[in-house]
Design a protein around this ligand. Structure first.
Ligand SMILES: C[S@@+](CC[C@H](N)C(=O)[O-])C[C@H]1O[C@@H](n2cnc3c(N)ncnc32)[C@H](O)[C@@H]1O
Length: 369
């Protein structure tokens, strides 16, 4: 997430500074030593004098001890003072790029957060900036060199597939990209299958707690950000990845191959409830339930998937307004009991991210039997 400061750009003005003059052949050695001593002025551009000597700009005159060290290491070195041009700094923030193109109230309204998925940047454009969205998009291309496409959110995540609409702003008009996370690569199509880089920590955390030899059922697998790293980290673990969205499952299949875990990740298209009833009853040491909007309705399904001896469920839900994490744990425990099992312990419970004003996503890892 970029910071939107209002720092002024450095002017490319000539500045007088102390410097080290050395023959070109000693340039690298001198620079390394001057860097080690913390002497180099990196805001100024190294010059050549009329005799061909390199002039390395310094932030200050070297102390006696430092001069002695420099002269012992580089006998031909001379201390001097001269004028250097300043480096032109690349703009780092949207506000820096746009400071001469938007009035202060609109600079203040610039998006303070953006999601980067591979080479796609996804932003939320506030209403007052709608007429300037192209300008904002172009500024993002300038501040984020790896971004090729800028999309704006055009609605909330909705529907069974948990998708949202996007407006294309600038760059290459596309919604597909290659995204890398914790050593895994994913083909993502942000318009066709749910994906959020904001869950990156959770993807890695869950993969880290899986034990060797387990069978895992990911009830709402999406493009595979839980299933793929689990299989990659644990060569003797099998993961069933279920999703009702055929596009998500096609990407999961592709991602399993891309990460060379296609022999242990089993993508299945369909409704989690039906698939568990028909194919995955009592097989799981671990069940992942990342469908926070309606996961409550699938707790009985998770219980059916778990082995009779018990297993772990990673349950994601939303906490809204005055609800607490304790409430979420309690509702989960009640639903598990209703399904004929029991929560033996909760090994982890935490809010994961803010999803809206007065709403956050949370996770409960529970051992059930
Ligand atoms: C919030 S997304 C999570 C995807 C993935 N686990 C991730 O973290 O990126 C929820 C997924 O559940 C899928 N889904 C919704 N209802 C479902 C159902 N009844 N059975 C199986 N999958 C379902 C959606 O298509 C969506 O891909």
């Amino acid at each position: 997430m970029p910071s939107i400061g209002l720092k002024k750009l450095a002017n490319p003005m000539p500045t007088e500074a102390p410097c080290l003059k050395v023959p070109k052949t000693d340039g690298e050695k001198t620079l390394t030593l001057a860097n080690k001593l913390g002497l180099t002025d990196k805001t100024l551009i190294i010059q050549k004098d009329p005799t061909g000597l390199l002039c390395i700009p310094l932030t200050r005159k070297p102390e006696e001890k430092e001069s002695a060290l420099l002269k012992t290491q580089i006998p031909q070195l001379q201390l001097a003072t001269q004028v250097f041009p300043e480096k032109i700094q690349q703009p780092k923030t949207l506000a820096e790029v746009l400071q001469n193109q938007l009035p202060p109230n609109l600079l203040e309204a610039l998006p303070r957060a953006l999601d980067i998925v591979g080479d796609i940047a996804i932003i939320e454009i506030p209403p007052e900036l709608q007429t300037h969205k192209n300008l904002v998009g172009k500024a993002i291309l300038k501040t984020h060199r790896s971004v090729r496409t800028v999309l704006a959110k055009a609605g909330a995540v909705s529907g069974t597939y948990r998708l949202r609409e996007f407006d294309f702003i600038v760059g290459e008009n596309k919604t597909t990209t290659l995204y890398k996370e914790h050593g895994c690569s994913y083909y993502v199509d942000v318009a066709k299958a749910y994906f959020s880089p904001r869950l990156s920590h959770e993807h890695n955390r869950v993969a880290s707690v899986v034990q060797n030899g387990e069978t895992v059922v990911d009830l709402f697998a999406g493009v595979g950000p839980f299933a793929v790293p689990i299989a990659k980290k644990h060569p003797d673990v099998k993961v069933y990845g279920v999703d009702i969205n055929p596009d998500a499952v096609a990407l999961l299949e592709k991602n399993a191959r891309l990460n060379r875990v296609e022999n242990r990740v089993y993508p299945i298209v369909g409704d989690a409830r039906q698939i568990v009833n028909e194919k995955l009853r009592g097989i799981a040491d671990r069940v992942i339930m990342n469908l926070p909007e309606t996961a409550n309705e699938f707790i009985d399904t998770a219980c059916k998937a778990v082995k009779p001896k018990g297993g772990t469920v990673h349950f994601y839900g939303f906490i809204r307004l005055d609800e607490t994490l304790e409430d979420m744990k309690q509702h989960f425990a009640e639903a598990v009991e209703k399904a004929g099992m029991k929560v033996e312990s909760v090994s982890y419970a935490k809010t994961v991210r803010e999803t809206a004003p007065h709403e956050c996503q949370a996770v409960v890892d529970a051992q059930i039997r």
